[in-house]
Design a protein around this ligand. Structure first.
Ligand SMILES: [Zn+2]
Length: 182
């Protein structure tokens, strides 16, 4: 039987390149990915004050991670919309962004495609590079409620069908979009 690429424990997650991670190393991968996303897209300054609404998608999953990060850096964090803040945290996943990008293109919507950026105006999106399935697994290991609600949109169904034949299609959409933006 295969085991985690970092230790001999039983794997809980398999990447498309067939590498596998155990519970403990998946947790580490997930949290590191959020820190990496925040750093890569320059999402935070120490002088920021952040709003993270408790009604935001995936809030229970990433609130503890964001809280620890902001405490370490001395950044203000509030969950009350009435408090003063200069940036808002979004809980959208890579899946959500991939759907938004395709949706905007297909419907030739007036909405700007740049709204699907990791940082758009005053909204930052630390889960930008994590998929729904990774978020669900993290929540399950941490014994949190399943945060991802299923949607019946035809575009979501279409992309999910594509993904069964072309793994990482959401990754490809988001990466192509990011390349175009830079
Ligand atoms: Zn491991």
């Amino acid at each position: 039987m295969k085991s985690c690429k970092n230790c001999q424990q039983k794997p809980v997650h398999t990447f498309t390149n067939k590498q596998q991670l155990c519970k403990q190393h998946f947790i580490r991968y997930f949290e590191k990915k959020i820190y990496y996303t925040i750093r890569k897209f320059s999402m935070l300054k120490n002088s920021d004050s952040l709003l993270f609404k408790h009604t935001e998608k995936n809030f229970p999953v990433i609130y503890p991670i964001i809280k620890q990060l902001t405490q370490t850096r001395g950044i203000k964090l509030t969950i009350s919309p009435s408090s003063k803040h200069n940036k808002t945290i979004s809980g959208s996943s890579m899946d959500d962004e991939a759907y938004e990008i395709i949706n905007t293109i297909i419907k030739k919507s007036h909405k700007q495609l740049s709204q699907s950026s990791p940082v758009f105006k005053k909204t930052i999106n630390p889960l930008y590079l994590l998929s729904d399935s990774e978020i669900q697994l993290y929540a399950k290991i941490k014994r949190m409620k399943n945060p991802v609600k299923k949607s019946n949109s035809s575009i979501i169904t279409f992309i999910n069908q594509l993904e069964t034949k072309h793994p990482e299609v959401k990754n490809s959409i988001v990466n192509a979009f990011l390349k175009n933006q830079s």
